[in-house]
Design a protein around this ligand. Structure first.
Ligand code: PDD
Length: 289
């Protein structure tokens, strides 16, 4: 039977419940992380949990855990569920309290839940690329916080699904921000362009890895805002995340990106990413510099 983490206990999936007055349920008042598992090992867990603690801090949620404590907690869960390749979600809400917008006083214990998924690397899409559509970014102005409030992202992804695309690349006015559940990149004349890390995008851990790979291959990595037209005229387009890695976009709004094939810089980054996975242990430290 699959186990789920509820606070510090591992419980059977069919016995796992959260109360109706949990603030995550009533307000989306919480944060989360998603960490990949390759070959039984957590991948880049340290920066993921540092980001979780940062998200908690940014919303004034007191989380009495260290990065190591969090790693230990999810490690137990992935071992119990024998996850070889997959991932682990961890959600933290401000806890259970009578419904009132303001924080509960005195504060209550945060609610921590976690569950695993087992699935392989998305080999076919990595090789062939995916379709994406562009859509207006209607989210709030703190997209740097990995909040449980994902309605804007959900609506963007649903829009993509409706148009037979796997991802929606969002733009605020004319400025491309990020995908509905990924960071977005345009490659033009040998350089990679991506939105700078500020309040308008999530500072992706996969993005950090891509930046390192680009730099070690002397590929310029430009953290600059760019327009929707620039994206449409790019030689190559990528979206990246913990689950989809370095994912080529070969069709944008139904039109070919470049020649409609996975491009050479994308392939170079994918190769580098596979090396990162294979050297998982060293990377966990390296990415943390
Ligand atoms: N999403 N931007 C958004 C809005 C995201 O939701 C994600 C990840 C990313 C990429 O971040 P990272 O490389 O750290 O995974 C960027 C995860 C996979 C999810 O919600 O399932």
């Amino acid at each position: 039977m699959t186990k789920v983490l509820i606070n510090e206990k591992l419980v059977e999936e069919n016995e796992a419940n959260v109360p109706y007055n949990d603030r995550g349920y009533n307000f989306g008042d919480g944060i989360y992380e998603y960490v990949r598992v390759y070959n039984n090992r957590l991948f880049t867990a340290r920066p993921h949990f540092e980001r979780l603690l940062r998200s908690a801090d940014e919303i004034g949620l007191e989380l009495n855990y260290t990065v190591d404590g969090l790693i230990e907690l999810v490690q137990e869960l992935i071992s119990a569920n024998k996850v070889v390749t997959g991932g682990v979600y961890i959600q933290v809400t401000r806890g259970v309290a009578p419904r009132d917008h303001a924080f509960p006083t005195p504060s209550v214990q945060p609610m921590i839940t976690g569950f695993t998924k087992s699935y392989d690397r998305p080999y076919k899409n990595l090789e062939e690329g995916i379709n994406a559509v562009t859509t207006e970014d209607i989210r709030w102005l703190r997209c740097d916080i990995k909040s449980l409030n994902l309605l804007g992202n959900v609506l963007a992804k649903e829009y993509a699904t409706k148009y037979n695309a796997q991802e929606a690349i969002q733009h605020r006015g004319d400025t491309v921000t990020e995908g509905s559940s990924s960071n977005a990149y345009a490659i033009k004349d040998g350089a990679i362009y991506t939105h700078p890390t500020n309040n308008l995008i999530l500072n992706g851990i996969t993005r950090k890895v891509i930046k390192e790979i680009a730099e070690s291959n002397d590929i310029p990595f430009k953290e600059e805002a760019f327009s929707v037209d620039f994206l449409k005229q790019a030689d190559e387009v990528i979206v990246s995340s913990t689950s989809i890695e370095v994912m080529p976009v070969v069709k944008l709004n139904g039109e070919n990106v470049g020649d409609g094939q996975v491009g050479p810089i994308t392939k170079k980054l994918q190769e580098g990413f596979t090396n990162y996975i294979e050297n998982n242990e060293e990377i966990a430290q390296e990415i943390n510099r």
